[in-house]
Design a protein around this ligand. Structure first.
Ligand SMILES: Cc1ncc(COP(=O)(O)O)c(C=O)c1O
Length: 406
């Protein structure tokens, strides 16, 4: 299979060698040694992880957060005795307004006098990580005899809330799983066909986890516009910052046109703030008020807010993170091709690959050698594994270890 990115192998190798091994480049012997020796897990010091471990399992940003976010946390760490509204300006308001501007949503500035009225009409809600949004959508839509539609395999936090209501509370609910197409994309037509009068929510994970595939934007717009208004359409865009799809368009505007649409994002992935827990959703004021009953809008802590505001302002780190993942995907794709391992071209920061019967034993053997990757088998994708794109050193250590255990 061909990688989607147009970055060349030569460009990637040139970049890493000139950067990481630049000092060695003058001595051909040392250079040759460096090329054949290859990184191993024991050579790795990953960001935020103990030395000797290669952690490519949770789709985090291996470069770490923006230095500006770290500075912002340091600048505010002695003020955590205060609630966010004690600060001037309030960082909750600051982050909401920054996100409204970024996504072309109406900017809702509050004062002491208009606070209640303005927040009632807001179209953006913060959350301590986007998982809570996925959860709140589940809580707000589950009820006896209701139906949910989602792709399979796909990220399933919202459906999982429903499953638990069925198993633990005895609710009579139906979760309609719709198989992905042969090229592992959402089958929006088949999903549409599963909608009926009892359907309360449809979930679209874009790009999808664990397959890394995106939904074509025009097809998504057609789908959203045709879904009946009694159904909430929930679009989870946790990985959208990494897409290289030429048809990509920020989907947040769909929430301005459609009262029943929610689009969620997170600071856990490209912004490198998974441990800070910041997510947000764009949605109609009606849905925002409804989901607030399930604590949507309960904001992240002060340090997380300041980190997110600073991260949003650091375009250089954002671009660096995007570029590093794009280059890593080229490296991994070429390695998989060399090793004759089928893989799915990725539109996010991880790559799904197929090892068939060997998948389980290879997964365990990698773990024994301190290389952690994702196991796509428990998503129902037998014989598949999922690797997050790491730094060049981590990617190399992963491939070298994979080669050793195959
Ligand atoms: C598709 C998808 N959505 C949402 C999340 C939740 O991320 P967070 O709660 O860190 O924002 C994840 C986490 O891996 C994910 O893969």
């Amino acid at each position: 299979m061909k990688p989607e990115s147009n970055l060349s192998r030569r460009g990637f190798i040139g970049g890493t060698l000139l950067g990481g091994l630049g000092a060695l480049a003058v001595d051909p012997m040392v250079m040759a040694q460096a090329l054949v020796s290859g990184k191993k897990p024991e050579d790795i010091q990953g960001h935020g992880i103990a030395p000797g471990y290669v952690n490519l399992s949770s789709n985090e940003n291996p470069l770490g957060p923006s230095p500006r976010a770290v500075e912002a946390v340091a600048a505010h760490m002695f003020d955590v005795n205060r609630y966010h509204w004690s600060f001037m300006p309030d960082p909750v308001e600051g982050l909401i307004n920054a996100l409204e501007r970024k996504h072309g949503l109406p900017v809702t500035e509050t004062t002491w006098d208009n606070w209640e009225e303005v927040t009632k009409n807001r179209r953006l809600a913060l959350s301590a990580g986007s998982s809570l949004i996925l959860h709140a959508v589940g809580l707000a839509t589950v009820r006896d005899k209701a139906e949910l539609v989602q792709a399979q395999p796909a990220y399933f936090d919202t459906a999982d809330v429903w499953r638990r209501f069925k198993e633990e509370e005895g609710l009579d609910v139906k979760i309609n799983y719709v198989r992905l197409t042969r090229d592992l994309r959402h089958n929006l037509n088949a999903m549409y066909d599963r909608i009926n009068d009892n359907t309360t929510v449809v979930v679209v994970t874009n790009p999808n986890n664990p397959t890394s595939t995106v939904v074509d934007h025009d097809a998504l717009v057609d789908f959203v516009r045709s879904v009946p208004s009694h159904v909430t359409v929930f679009i989870d865009e946790a990985y959208i910052d990494y897409t290289t799809d030429p048809n990509y368009r920020d989907a947040m505007y769909l929430t301005l046109e459609n009262d029943n649409v929610i689009v969620s994002r997170t600071f856990s992935k490209i912004y490198g703030l998974a441990g800070m827990r910041v997510g947000y959703a764009a949605l109609s004021p009606r849905l925002r008020r409804k989901l607030s009953l399930y604590n949507l809008g309960g904001p992240p802590g002060n340090l997380a807010l300041y980190a997110a505001i600073a991260a949003l302002d650091d375009d250089a780190h954002y671009e660096r993170s995007r570029r590093s993942v794009a280059e890593g995907k080229v490296y991994l794709g070429e390695a998989f091709e060399r090793l004759d391992i089928p893989y799915t071209p990725s539109d996010s920061c991880f790559v799904l690959f197929r090892l068939g019967d060997k998948a389980e034993s290879v997964f365990s053997a990698l773990q024994e050698r301190n290389v952690w990757i994702g196991d796509a088998m428990w998503w129902g994708l037998k014989g598949h594994l999922r690797v997050t794109v790491g730094t060049p050193d981590e990617n190399e250590a992963f491939i070298n270890t994979l080669e050793a255990v195959l």
